[in-house]
Design a protein around this ligand. Sequence first.
Ligand code: BES
Ligand code: MN
Ligand code: MN
Length: 455
Amino acid sequence: MKNVKEYIDQHKDRFINELIELLKIPSISADSAYKNDVFAAAEAVRQTLEEAGADNTEICQTAGFPVVYAEKIIDINKPTILVYGHYDVQPADPLELWDSPPFDPVIKDGKIYARGSSDDKGQMYMHVKAFELMMNTNQLPCNVKFIIEGEEEVGSANLETFIVDNKEKLKADIILISDTSMLSLEHPSITTGLKGLSYLEVEVTGPNRDLHSGMYGGAVANPINILSKMIASLHDENNRITIPGFYDKVIEASPEERALIAKTPFELDLYKSKLGIKAVHGEKGYSTIERTGIRPTLDVNGIWGGYIGEGAKTVLPSKAYAKISMRLVPNQSDDEITTLFENHFNSIAPDSVSVKVKPHHGGEPYVTPIDTKEYQAASEAIVMAFGKEPVPVRAGGSIPIVALFEQILGLKSILLGFGLDTDAIHSPNESYGVQNFLKGIETITYFYKTYSSKK
Ligand code: BES
Ligand code: MN
Ligand code: MN
């Protein structure tokens, strides 16, 4: 392809400045205080697509935040790539742990620091710029459609309806997504799997009001004590999940697959030191890469109740709560796992308390086959950009809409992500490497070429 590197080199400062403008918009979908900003981000994204040369750019309203649509159809006989991404971001708290304000992007040590820089505005924007490059250098080899949503971080509740209602409009041959990470710039990888998700909240109630912890302590069940014990019992001594039936549908990796995974370049010592931990932890018999990639997990995401203000207040609380997520692998289904959890959690509750389980959003796991021409095209694009064969890696994160794309549109997704696990997505000081951003634009451009020439 002509001038790909030159174009990127010539325009990179502008690309970064444009991204910085987008990152300044606090499009936090979870917090209604930022509603107007989320809408503003949608319009900003639509505008950048229009400026890059897309046709029929549109803000598609949904029952929640809008989906931005754009397209460039050059020839209906050519293949069509459907690009998916999201312009919404996670909340930025705890704010005091940021070294610079989350919506006031700064570039430091070759990285752009801001909420959403890696997840997903920075990665989504690589697609806009790769498209601009191909338009301006007259080398867009196929059709392209964009759907950039604003509710990914809150479970994409309205996207399913949008897809069902717009099947014809979204007709394509392959979905291309950059919303995952790679091992490193030295060891490029392609994400070949996403976890499913069952997310729920539990409420444990003891006495009908908060009590004096001396007068009643030891005689009346303390819901926090009970909840802690119940949660602790969800893993056994081998760190396996104890919910009956939880592993029944899990497809066990074959010895061949496990041998391949064992070859993944991964430095355990570096991993530990980056996280400030002395030892890793997880299901017995599996490596760290296997635990995050191919094994289902259960984690408490938050736990609260009782007195947490200044000083001491002697109180035996009436209620205790926790938010729990389970990450699922093929062929676990989120509805089934949610039901198994509910039944089990109710069954282990002692008579001294009552429990409520409230399911939140969920999603099915997804696996990208690697023996396809789409994967081959992605692999070749990586080789062109990085000079190295990529390794397939299954991610621990979830993008629930990917399984629905397959169910509703019958389309497979290529997960061509350029983030790093150290980008601190969802955490304070989220960042995205400038090199990752630029290499991503280059690789995406090559993918259009390698993919189109195979079709
Ligand atoms: N981009 C992430 C998912 C991700 C990150 C996958 C890194 C693989 C590697 C996405 O925005 C995300 O945060 N998803 C949520 C699920 C959603 C239902 C809130 C997640 O994984 O927690
Ligand atoms: Mn994301
Ligand atoms: Mn996210």
